[in-house]
Design a protein around this ligand. Structure first.
Ligand code: NDP
Length: 792
């Protein structure tokens, strides 16, 4: 086509971006690359993994598969570099981060072209999104580094962080991981995806140029096996992972009991809700951005189009027309909208899902746009009418194909939107701000865009709900993921033995203890345990004080069911505060009686027992006061957007309480959870289970709604295990043995519930600085980031 033809048809002519610099760079290195360990490039001699250009299928480079020795060397270098790096004044670390940002900026075009060649994504996107956002991340985190002492007092770096990233946004994911880690004073061992290692290699060269101290960042190449070596390495303090939910689960299991901090940014199947009053043209552009951006290889892609009935046909007609105009082809052409799928394997996976759906009877509509003859291209498209239960409606396609379904009422839209095990993002289209914000509040997702989609910023937290993982990246919230409170090293927690043998149910025994046989407290009622058996709770001299239920799986299930019915508790913070004040008031009225029970059960002095009750009372007051003060933030992210991070409860949270200070510790766990709107199923200390008996009446008389607090007694680890495995339980706080902690962490991988444990270590429940405060409220909540554009 010559210029004259183009002028006649007014079609786009080819506008290729030159790749000479990138080709020269590849050639100059012989197209063979090694790891970056302790400031040196090493291991290129074993470069056995071929790196392909997805647009052509040509092999453009080779990298090695990181061995155990290489991973060990990288971790050792990072460990060695940690003391000096973490002790550097924040300002000095900031200068390095700033230098990285500046150098990346100077080489923006080079990185954009290299990313397009390596991943297959269009240059339009690498140039406008991937690389500028990566740069923004380093600038933003240079700021956190400089301000670390004032913004995060009492916090310190974690140590060596293992970071594993996927292939869909290679440099951007590297920036999301490395920038906050370094700003906080950590050192890093990062593994790029073996499909897309090249920008990480160029980045390592840039680190040498700016003189980053050796060992602060180490990059090890390889596939899943190399990743697994990093995950299991004992000298690593945190694993940050972005990738599939399946691998996220494996990592959760592999790190169980290791004490490693863990953040998981996993898959999604995000709803894209178009209401009848939406600006349909804008929403169609939203689909272009939300579904076809990056060939649909986006974890937060709005790949489930949920359309209000009245406008569904009109919307799809507009979408078809727009889809026809998309240009799929050479990623280096500046007018290309969609590039190549990253690998033959990924293309085969997508095609398999599409064929499966067609075989199930679903109709796939795809653009008739021409596709290049070689390379791995898929035309954009959508399934016109899909059942919510269809495989393609439930699993990540991770390709340029959406599914569509319709709704009539807002309730139906919410139901469809939340009908997924994922909860990464949602996009809502409506010109009615009241309706849109109602949907934003009710959709279970970590990021919600109103009349927009796929907006990211370094100062906006990003991360998921449910099986999309936990932890946030970006902003203040993301920084907290790379810091810990400075605390003294704790000794192992002491476990007070409890004999959970069922008391014989002979006439005599029952008659003797009948008046002292406690029940469980489930759904606001006292409930006999399912198994009907009870055990003796004794004082330190062995004398029986009363009987407590030996609960089982069924009792926990009943309690979870009761908790599920109390969802409205999350609604009103002021009301929660009032209820907690009332609870404190009622506890105060019965303080002497509760203290006497505590004294008998634990054998502490009268003064100590009274002090424990008093401190429990104080915590009640504290959390009542905080119920309406644990605010979110409005982030200074992009201009003309309100970027809100709202703190929402996790949902139903299991609690396994420790033996020490049995009343204070139990309530120190339960109170922050219910103050922030969660519902709780708690297992008290088995040795001191009777301490919950007075709580039943207190909860009843304090207007705590039925199901908000459920108390189930029995063997801590048996019941914690049931809670950890329960799919309707969204979180679990466990205080027991190191083995018990490891077990619940491992079991939590099922629905990826958020687990916090004491790692088997003692906690000083009396120390306010340790056992109460914003950290507990943060742990009890998850951040939902809501983007609201403004302006006429
Ligand atoms: P993976 O989750 O397998 O890969 C992500 C990263 O983890 C890569 O660096 C990978 O290495 C590494 N890895 C793989 N297995 C392990 C392991 N056992 N332990 C530690 N690290 C490991 O994603 P895939 O690339 O296989 O993609 C499969 C599907 O996952 C996609 O089709 C998509 O649905 C989803 N996905 C979701 C992403 C998201 O951002 N939510 C990102 C990427 C994929 P390597 O790739 O080198 O083998």
């Amino acid at each position: 086509m010559n210029i004259k033809d183009i002028m006649e048809t007014m079609d786009y002519g080819p506008a290729p971006e030159a790749s000479t610099d990138v080709e020269a760079w590849l050639e100059s290195r012989g197209r063979v690359f090694g790891h970056f360990i302790d400031g040196s490039f090493t291991g290129a001699g074993n470069a056995s993994i071929e790196v392909e250009n997805p647009a052509t299928g040509e092999v453009i480079a080779r990298i090695p598969e990181g061995t155990e020795a290489e991973v060990n060397a990288a971790v050792a270098a990072a460990k060695e570099a940690f003391p000096a790096w973490s002790r550097l004044p924040g300002f000095e670390r900031a200068r390095y981060l700033y230098a990285i940002a500046r150098h990346l900026q100077q080489r923006e075009r080079f990185f954009s072209v290299l990313e397009s060649i390596d991943n297959g994504k269009p240059i339009k996107e690498t140039r406008n999104a991937d690389i500028p956002l990566a740069i923004r991340h380093f600038y933003h985190h240079a700021g956190w580094a400089a301000a670390i002492d004032t913004e995060f007092p009492g916090h310190e770096a974690l140590g060596v962080c293992g970071q594993i990233i996927p292939w869909n946004f290679p440099l951007l994911m590297l920036a999301w991981k490395i920038a906050p880690a370094l700003a906080a004073g950590n050192t890093v061992v990062l593994k790029p995806a073996d499909l897309t290692p090249l920008t990480a290699i160029a980045f390592a060269e840039l680190l040498v140029e700016i003189g980053l101290p050796k060992g602060v960042v180490n990059i090890v190449h390889g596939g899943g096996a190399t990743g697994a070596l990093i995950v299991r390495h004992p000298d690593i303090a945190k694993i940050a992972f972005t990738g599939s939910t399946a691998v996220g689960r494996e990592i959760r299991r592999a790190t169980a009991g290791s004490g490693k901090k863990l953040s998981l940014e996993l898959g999604g199947k995000s709803p894209f809700i178009v209401c009848a009053d939406a600006d349909l043209d804008a929403a169609v552009e939203g689909v272009v951005e939300g579904v076809w951006f990056n060939q649909g290889e986006v974890c937060c892609a709005g790949s489930r189009l949920i359309l209000q009935e009245g406008i569904a046909d009109r919307f799809l007609a507009k979408l078809r027309a727009r889809m026809e105009r998309l240009r799929v082809g050479d990623p280096l052409d500046k007018s290309t909208d969609m590039g190549a799928i990253v690998s033959a394997g990924q293309k085969a996976r997508i095609m398999g899902l599409l064929e499966g759906a067609k075989a199930e009877g679903y109709r796939l509509e795809q653009s008739s746009c021409p596709l290049p003859e070689r390379g791995r291209f898929i035309a954009p498209g959508f399934f016109a009418d899909t059942e919510p239960s269809a495989t393609v409606s439930q699993v990540e396609i991770f390709g340029p194909i959406a599914v569509t379904m319709t709704f009539r009422t807002v309730d139906e839209a919410v139901q469809l939107a939340n009908n997924t095990s994922y909860g990464l993002a949602a996009s809502i289209w409506s010109e009615n701000i009241n309706g849109a914000t109602e949907l934003a509040a009710r959709v279970k997702a970590g990021v919600v865009w109103i009349n927009a989609t796929n907006i990211f910023d370094a100062n906006a937290p990003f991360g998921g709900y449910k099986e999309s993982g936990y932890g946030r990246e970006g902003a203040r919230e993301g920084m907290l993921g790379y810091l810990k409170r400075s605390v003294r090293k704790a000794a192992p927690a002491e476990i007070v033995p409890a004999d959970l043998t069922a008391m014989p149910q002979t006439e005599g025994a029952v008659a003797t203890y009948i008046d002292r046989t406690m029940k469980n407290y489930i759904g606001g009622k006292q409930a006999r345990p399912d198994g009907g058996a009870s055990y003796a709770v004794r004082d330190p001299s062995g004398e029986i004080l009363g009987l407590a239920p030996i609960s089982n799986r069924k009792d926990i299930r009943n309690a979870v069911e009761a908790a599920a019915k109390a969802a409205s508790w999350a609604g009103n913070a002021h009301n929660r505060a009032q209820v907690l004040y009332y609870l404190a008031e009622n506890l105060s009225a019965r303080a002497a009686e509760v203290a006497a029970l505590l004294q008998r059960m634990t054998g502490v002095s009268k003064e100590k027992a009274a002090a424990e009750v008093r401190q429990t009372l104080e915590r009640c007051f504290y959390y009542a006061g905080m119920a309406d003060k644990h605010d979110g933030l409005i982030h200074a992210a992009k201009p003309r957007h309100l970027t809100l991070s709202v703190k929402e409860p996790i949902g139903i949270v299991g609690v396994a309480a420790p033996d020490q200070s049995p009343l204070l510790s139990l309530m120190s766990l339960v109170l922050p959870l219910i103050a922030t709107g969660n519902r709780v199923v708690a297992v008290p200390s088995p040795a001191c289970a009777l301490i919950v008996q007075p709580l039943y009446q207190l909860l009843d008389t304090s207007d705590v709604p039925a199901g908000v607090v459920n108390l189930v007694t029995g063997d801590r680890d048996t019941l914690a295990k049931v809670l950890a495995e329960h799919d309707a339980v969204n979180g679990l706080w466990y205080c027991g043995t190191a083995e018990g902690a490891a077990e619940v962490e491992r079991l939590s991988a099922g629905n990826l519930k958020q687990v916090w444990t004491n790692n088997g270590l003692a906690i000083d429940w009396v120390d306010d600085a340790v056992a109460r405060g914003p950290e507990w409220l943060d742990r009890a909540t998850q951040v939902k980031t809501i983007w609201v554009p403004y302006g006429a």
